[in-house]
Every structure is written in C-alpha cells, then in structure tokens.
Design a protein around this ligand. Sequence first.
Ligand code: AMP
Length: 309
Amino acid sequence: MSNDNTVLIVGSVALDSVETPAGRVERALGGAAVYSSVAASFFAPVRLVGVVGEDFPKEHLEFLESRGIDTRGLEVVPDGKTFHWKGAYRDDLNQAETIATELNVFQSFKPKLPEDYRDSQFVFLANIDPDLQLDVLDQVRRPKLTACDTMNFWIAGKKAALLEVLRRVDVAFMNDAEARQLTGESNLNRAANEIHRLGPKYVVVKKGEHGAVMYCDQSMCFTAASYPLFDVVDPTGAGDSFAGGFMGYIARIGEVNETNLRRAVIYGSTLASFDVQDFSLNRFKHLTMKEINGRYEEFRQIVSFEPLQ
Ligand code: AMP
C-alpha cells in the first residue's frame, strides 16, 4: 500500500510572535506540527492534521504544499483565528518564556482524519492538547511506530490526558525541563526511567545546546552531541524539527531497530541545528539534502574516537 512510509503529524499550526537577542518576528509561520512536518518532509511523505483560521496567510499553505506536505487534514475555520503563540528568549536560549498562548481555533477543534490517513504507519503527535493527540490515536488503524511530544503548558494543565498518551505511544520526546517537570525527578536518568515506566519503549530527552539522549528499555542507549553553532538566531521549533527529522528518517528506512534509531537521533539533531539558524522556518526554505547529509557526517566526526589499544 502506498501509505507505507508516510508520516502522519498532528499538532499546533501557528502564527508566532517571537523575540530573541538577535531580533524579533510578528505572526510568523510556526507551530509544532509545521516545524515537524517540514523537517520530516526532507525524508518521507507527510500528512498534516491541524486547524487554522481564515487569517492564515495563503503563502504559508503554499509553502507547506511546495514541500509535498498533504494538507487535506488541515481544516480552515471560516472567520476563525489561528493559534497564536508569543514568546521570548532572553539570556538563556534554551529557555523559552511564554508571554501569551491564544488557542483560538484549537479550542473547539475535533480532528477527523480523511479515510486514507487512517492507515498511516508512522504517527507523530506533536505538541498540542493531549486530548487531541488521543483523538488522532483513536482514529489510526495499525501504525508501526507512534511518538509524542508535549510542553510545560500541557504538563501543568492536562496531566491525566498526557499520561494516557504516554501509555499508548512507542516513543516520547521531551526536553530536559519537561522530563523533570513531569516526573518531579531532578536527575535526568531517573526522570527518563520514570517516563519509560509510564509506557513508551523509547524516551528521547533533548537538552538544547547540550545535545540529546535516548533511553531504550530503562537505560541510556545513545547520546548525541549538539552541533557547535556560533550564532543561534531563534531556537523556536528546535524540538519539533528534531522530532520531525527523527520520524521522517525512520519512516523512510521503514525498520525500527537501534541502529536506525541512533541515526534518527543524529538526523533529528541535524534538522534542529539548521532550524535555529534563522527565524521561523526560513532556514528550511533553502535547505538541501546535500547540506543535511554533510552536517550528519560532521556530527559523526565530532564524536568519533578510537578504542584503547
Ligand atoms: P519548540 O520550540 O520546539 O518547543 O516549539 C515551538 C512551537 O510550539 C511554536 O512554533 C509554537 O507555536 C508552539 N507552541 C507554543 N505553545 C504551544 C502549546 N501550548 N501547544 C501547542 N503548541 C505550542
């Protein structure tokens, strides 16, 4: 079936107003599902599920379609207002400060998957209300790999639904602060173990400029450095780009094993490192597969060392 390596992604589709030490943007294209869909689209076909209002600029839709992303699952609400996130990064670029979260059309959204979306084999529940993540999980038939992401807003406000999502997915992506917030454990290894016990077979903890760690079966099975960038322009979407690159690569290869999961972590880190080099999704607009593979190789070289003689 042609659905075999398609990634289905649900999550926020947003207009973001972001301020960083490098500058600011107002109502730029953003949203967890957008970053992850575009990152995944470098590797595999993507289907997007989400909602926008009539104010969502046509050029953004055209950009998603130019990446080959299937937007039939993106509902447009007449007279509705698109989700708007306003955030700032001050001295610590690993820490976003949320100034406003306007859910708007997401408040009354009920995802209804087009029939052919339901056979998708790779499902990524990007950051959004965990009840919507569950709605999507309920509608897919027999996926090969499911993964979720979340953020402090939902850990604080919708914990029970989030725990249900975690019970049902294979992979959980979280950043270090979220892993600590969810479990109350300050030690990251303990926090990851705790999350693992909640359900997911693989737990991937992203640590911003300090790389990412993957836990398989209650122990750390892989650690990746971060790419040594000298200028970070806008960290927004790094986590989503990571997850999109990870899921896109796994979907392209089609086989979930530890070797491929390690490669997926590096591809995820690679996509995240490109994302932060410009505001919104601007860097992805002129990114090539050759540049992605070149940076993958650089990642490999900076952590390569010889065994003892
Ligand atoms: P990241 O930097 O990868 O954690 O994700 C940034 C994206 O998350 C932005 O583009 C926002 O639009 C989106 N976002 C912010 N708050 C929320 C929320 N409460 N639910 C879903 N998405 C959100």
